[in-house]
Write a protein that binds this ligand. Structure first.
Ligand SMILES: [Zn+2]
Length: 339
């Protein structure tokens, strides 16, 4: 069967002949989900019907099971840890197979990059969403073809403060906690990442969580995550803590505008390129991102030394611009897909 690395109109990354990543493609045996963000779990119902296996990390399985009821009992959901491999038979008569490998990525809990080696030993990779290339996210090096996420591969998409991004957020939360409760608004995944990050940096106020986030936190703790003290909103303990007025409450990104709350509101927004901005009497927007910025992306691509670079244009706003920018660095085989 034809073996490739490309991106389809339906946001699926195709690696080798048997694997479709972060989108649905018919006649492929395995669907890989690199992480639990909605633009990477697209058409999961179709994959559940038509693919033999849905391959995810333990953390991604936790998020998915709390989002999709149909995934709670299926045997199709198979867990693979970063560093481990999974073999997919290509042709039962000939006995050949492709090998899938997960490599960790710094993005949200459970995020991975994917490498597929086909029957002839050719290697195809996909970065998935990532930040901190070379440290939190190892660069996939020397592959025959590499599909690169380029969400922020756009003009002026540079975070000058990215080395101190964590500290900026912690400093703001600690300062606001001195005045009263703090409500943090973030997307799924980033929320859990920040819950752990604040603990690591000495924020020890109790957390208040919605039922869904509370149950996800319980499951992630079984995998070794540490969130300190947290309580279910509406429980007697949570009500007591609310009366005391010293806590951090976590809520969905989209609740930021409509919620009226006692205390301070902090929105974590990847599309802001300054660290902290006051946007209302008690509201702040923090440029906290889980994505590589333009400089990081260029670093990753140049370090990868891949035979061919394919920019994922289905999730990037300026893929064509980014592809031509890479050509300025002397890279010859650069393209973007879908066109
Ligand atoms: Zn993501």
């Amino acid at each position: 069967m034809f073996s490739v690395a490309t991106v389809t109109e339906t946001k699926a990354i195709l690696l080798g002949s048997q694997v479709t990543v972060d989108g649905f493609t018919p006649r492929r045996k395995v669907r890989v989900i690199t992480h639990a963000h909605a633009d990477h779990t697209k058409d999961i119902g179709k994959s559940l019907s038509y693919q033999e296996t849905i391959l995810v990390t333990e953390e991604t399985a936790v998020f998915l099971k709390h989002t999709y009821r149909s995934l709670r009992s299926t045997r199709k959901l198979v867990v693979l840890k970063p560093g481990q491999t999974y073999k997919v038979p290509v042709d039962s008569r000939r006995g050949g197979y492709e090998v899938i490998k997960f490599v960790k990525a710094s993005h949200i809990p459970g995020s991975v990059q994917v490498v597929v080696e086909d029957e002839e030993g050719r290697t195809f990779g996909y970065t998935g969403d990532f930040k901190e290339p070379g440290t939190g996210t190892p660069v996939l090096q020397g592959l025959d073809a590499l599909v690169v996420d380029a969400t922020y591969g756009c003009p002026l998409c540079i975070r000058k403060y990215k080395e101190t991004m964590d500290e900026e957020l912690v400093r703001l939360v600690l300062e606001l906690l001195g005045r009263g409760p703090v409500h943090v608004y973030a997307y799924n995944g980033k929320l859990q990442e920040v819950m752990e990050l604040l603990r690591l940096h000495g924020v020890d106020a109790p957390y208040l969580l919605s039922r869904r986030e509370f149950l996800i936190a319980k499951d992630l703790e079984k995998l070794g995550y540490t969130f300190g003290e947290y309580f279910l909103e509406g429980s007697p303990e949570a009500k007591e803590i609310e009366r005391d007025g010293w806590y951090v409450r976590f809520s969905k990104f989209h609740n930021f505008r409509q919620e009226r709350v006692r205390g301070s509101k902090v929105l974590l927004d990847g599309w802001q390129f300054v660290p902290v901005q006051k946007v209302g009497p008690n509201a702040w927007r923090v440029g906290f991102s889980d994505h590589a910025d333009l400089e990081d992306l260029e670093y990753y691509v140049l370090e990868s030394k891949a035979g061919e670079i394919i920019i994922d244009a289905s999730r990037a706003s300026a893929a064509q611009w980014f592809a031509s920018r890479l050509e300025l660095y002397g890279l010859r085989k650069v393209s973007y897909r879908p066109i």
